[in-house]
Design a protein around this ligand. Sequence first.
Ligand code: FAD
Length: 589
Amino acid sequence: MSDKPVVIIGAGPAGLTAAYESVRQGTRTIVFESADKVGGIARTESYKDYCFDVGGHRFFTKIEKVDELWREVLGEDFLKVPRMSRIYYNGRFYNYPLRLFNALFNLGILESILIVLSYLRSQIWPQPEEETFEQWVSNRFGQRLYETFFKTYTEKVWGIPCDQIRADWAAQRIRGLSLTSAVYNALFGVKKAATLIDEFDYPSKGPGMMWRRFQEAVEEGEGRVLLNSEVIRLKHENGRIISVTYAEDGKTAEMPVEHLISSTAITTLIRMLEPKAPEEVLEAARNLTYRAFIIAVLIIDKKDLFPDQWIYIHSPNARVGRIQNFKNWSAAMVPDPDKTSVGMEYFCNEGDELWTMSEDELTDIASGELAELGLAEKEDVIDKVVLRQPKAYPVYDHDYSKHLGIIREYLETFENLQTIGRNGMHRYNNQDHSMLTGLMAAQNLSGEDHNLWTVNEEEEYLEEDKTKAKLRELIPEKDLIRAFSRMDKLGFATAIGLVSGLLFFLATIWLVIRGTIPGIPDLAFLADYFPGYTLTVDGAFIAFGYTFFWGFLFGWLFAYIRNLFIAIYLYHAKKRAELVSLRDFIDHF
Ligand SMILES: Cc1cc2nc3c(=O)[nH]c(=O)nc-3n(C[C@H](O)[C@H](O)[C@H](O)COP(=O)(O)OP(=O)(O)OC[C@H]3O[C@@H](n4cnc5c(N)ncnc54)[C@H](O)[C@@H]3O)c2cc1C
């Protein structure tokens, strides 16, 4: 065993999970954290005992191991929160997840019809290319719904037009969701999916409580978490990281490293290397960008403002993107039950106009917008505080994967370095996936062989495969399809048209040859329905034309309606078995 420690950069969810696992294996582990508290972007801040997150952090995962870890470390202090969140658009509140009648009522009949028509258009004539977020979403939901519910909010979050955001991002976040399943869910509800979406876990004192417990667990073992200690340099030699230099209380110190696990932004990591990374790699790092985030917390002298935990603000005329109501996450987030604290969330770029505004300017905008939205009066705001979070969202712009590829390839040449987490891998990971990369990195130290880059890609595919397998198990689809095979509309219609046409043709010819027979009605009455019809050879052809036409039409409609009913039946049968039909998409923005 080496006497050098495993060093971890960052005490966010990824770094702390790596440390927890490394300590569990009995390894000496040091975590460097530049901030004064643990939790990273998932920390909980407080101001005069009002607690708030950097944007409301739900604990929700499908990864069993992560769920187990949460419960193991936090124990009894996990609340089950029934979710309530709506979308505000054009002066109205839309339930989210979608509820059909609420959506119809808010949009109005005309707009609803236009949305359905635009959806049908996208299904019949989809855009051939799916390179951008705009193309990806409108091919699935129709252009109009995309413009109503996706465009403004997405552009607020990313600060770039949707036709410049890569489709990868949408595909990663919105996989498994379609308008039909959203509407189905709105109409009938899918019990299992609804429970997955309608509640989540939350530590009673906010997410920071979870990360403080992880810190305690690490420090009870062979681990240390050094706060206010920023790693500023990484020395390397022969493809190994040999030491970290860190700054603490204005002094710097160097520590040798056995293995380095880093959750600092991958671009920062590249810049810290000494000797320097090749110019091509540095250039790639300069080209990866991030979106920053500001939360203006307003303390309101009111007991209740609105019932939601958060509201998405899709209206283009307000700059705020989302509004949190922290006491609705957990009552313990506010010290006085007669007051409310709301977090007005703004998405921006470091150094831009919003980012550089003073605290007063920001809270002025925030209280003005809160009042304009009709949620509180400006005079009710009794206190305020602003928090700025740099590098909140790794940006998936047009060339990000090319740049990331160059960086990854270079970092893979180091035998004792692993990058983990959200910014550490420039991947849009939530806490659970960030944690999983940390866990796997630590397990790799004890001889396991996980590829961290498959996390959050592979998970989604596995989920899809599991759902499909479940469907196959519950519905013998092959049998159903055999029993209710689709009727060929054109074939059936032609057959009915031909049979009826020939019947009337032959009957007319027969009457022309034989003459009318007393007691048997002749076909002269057909002239009332088929203009031009006579009991002649010409009339036989006219009868053929008319009856072929009507027979064809009847046959086509019959086949169409039959296919439709069978499709609806099959769809219902499938949906009953489908566990995850509606993925929670806007949340992930
Ligand atoms: C607005 C918003 C809302 C979110 N909501 C949710 C949600 O509801 N549910 C959910 O699961 N996830 C949510 N997330 C995502 C979640 O915050 C991240 O997945 C998670 O925090 C990533 O963990 P991490 O450890 O990879 O990185 P981080 O949380 O970024 O932690 C990295 C840590 O490293 C430290 N560090 C960086 N550089 C250095 C250095 N050189 N030296 C020392 N320390 C350093 C940082 O100070 C930080 O503490 C949200 C994110 C945002 C921005």
